[in-house]
Design a protein around this ligand. Structure first.
Ligand SMILES: NC(=O)c1ccc[n+]([C@@H]2O[C@H](COP(=O)([O-])OP(=O)(O)OC[C@H]3O[C@@H](n4cnc5c(N)ncnc54)[C@H](O)[C@@H]3O)[C@@H](O)[C@H]2O)c1
Length: 362
């Protein structure tokens, strides 16, 4: 199979969809890996490293897209890439289609096969291709939040960990999945006071057990969310309903009542965001202030740490890419049933239930 790796073009995106080890694994199996020259630069991977691992280099994105049967990317195709979509192309990348109507339309029209990393889901409900980036984003959310709490960044001027005699910051995390759990770990480690909310009792129970009760776990409902948001110095949004748009569980009224200079990091912005006042931002201009609250809503946070993120992502994607290349998509989905849940669009139809529901289709 010919596997193509274009350079990511989303603003601030420095990740790449394959490492030299991934190239080596695929080319050893007899496949061709076509990499756009410079694709690895942002992650500190040189063209020479790819070539040494067996890749062929091409100069332009058009060449990669046109030659490849399977395109591996990190972020969803942007408008300038829609022209490359075609019927006999399989695309494997983060898609987040429920909040991307233009891309959904382009994939339907082109009749391409599109698998979204974020909806590959095991029978147990695990999301193996979202997990590594969620781990990165969760840890980063606290790091970034601490930065914007500084007064010269527009924040309240509160130190996350406090000092003896002065209480630490109140960090409120909504959604206790991979992002929320990792954020809680870092916030705790920095000495902040952490409250975490979820609707899943097992997740709250697990967190309470391993944190030995040092994190406040709260059942998520509108009443408890309103109370918790009101005392937050740093609010982290990390809810997910796989494939669906995030529910806006923090209302505009709740944001209006937040402390002046508080910071919101809505990690769930890639699924539309779970905070009513959130608008997507970018690494170039990551924040804006509304109702005296700093809002951060970068949909590709892991791009800020591409060295860590590229390797973490490709460790997780490579077994699936290998299976698709070696067996073809149908047989690969039989070997890995979770891959079939990754299918979002095929032959002009939306086939993922949550994505279809987002567009009022069956
Ligand atoms: N911005 C970025 O760069 C970035 C990076 C990675 C992940 N994400 C996003 O972060 C979000 C969370 O990802 P995850 O891997 O942690 O998902 P996850 O499935 O592990 O966790 C989501 C949690 O949200 C909980 N939840 C659902 N509805 C809720 C509600 N009403 N109130 C409270 N909790 C609720 C679920 O029970 C679950 O525990 C996703 O939207 C994901 O796409 C964004």
């Amino acid at each position: 199979m010919i596997i193509g790796i274009p350079t990511e073009i989303k603003q601030g995106e420095n990740r790449v969809a394959i490492t030299p080890a991934g190239v080596h694994s695929l080319t050893s199996g007899g496949h061709t890996v076509t990499v756009q020259s410079g694709a690895g630069r942002g992650s500190g991977i040189t063209d020479q490293e790819y070539v040494a691992a067996g890749a062929e280099l091409v100069d332009s994105a058009a060449e990669v897209w046109q030659r490849a049967e399977l395109i591996l990317k990190v972020k969803e195709p942007l408008t300038e890439e829609y022209q490359y979509l075609r019927e006999d192309l399989c695309l494997f990348t983060y898609l987040h289609l429920a909040s991307a109507p233009d891309l959904t339309r382009a994939l339907i029209q082109a009749k391409s096969t599109a698998l979204g990393y974020e909806t590959v889901q095991t029978d147990e409900g695990e999301l193996p291709l979202l997990t590594p980036m969620s781990e990165v984003a969760g840890k980063l959310a606290v790091q970034v939040g601490g930065h914007y709490l500084a007064q010269h960044q527009g924040g309240r001027g509160v130190l996350l960990g406090g000092v003896p005699g002065v209480p630490p910051a109140e960090v409120v995390i909504i959604g206790c999945g991979t992002v929320g759990f990792n954020a809680a770990q870092v916030a705790m480690g920095m000495g902040a006071h952490v409250t975490i909310l979820d609707i899943n009792h097992d997740r709250l129970r697990h967190l309470a057990e391993i944190m030995h009760g040092s994190t406040a776990t709260v059942y998520s409902n509108p009443y408890n969310i309103a109370r918790s948001v009101a005392y937050a110095d740093l609010l982290i949004g990390s809810v997910l309903i796989p494939g669906a748009r995030a529910p806006k569980i923090v209302t505009e009224e709740m944001v209006k009542k937040m402390k002046s200079g508080a910071v919101i990091i809505d990690v769930a912005v890639d699924q539309g965001g779970c905070i009513a006042t959130i608008e997507p931002t970018s690494h170039a201009q990551p924040t804006y202030v509304k109702y005296d609250v700093v809002h951060y809503a970068v949909p590709n946070m892991p791009a800020a740490v591409p060295r860590t993120s590229t390797f973490a992502l490709t460790n997780a994607t490579l077994p699936y890419v290998g299976a698709i290349a070696n067996l073809g998509l149908d047989a690969a989905m039989q070997q890995y049933p979770e891959l079939s849940r990754g299918l979002n669009v095929i032959a002009g139809e939306i086939v993922h239930p949550a994505v279809a529901e987002a567009y009022g289709r069956q």
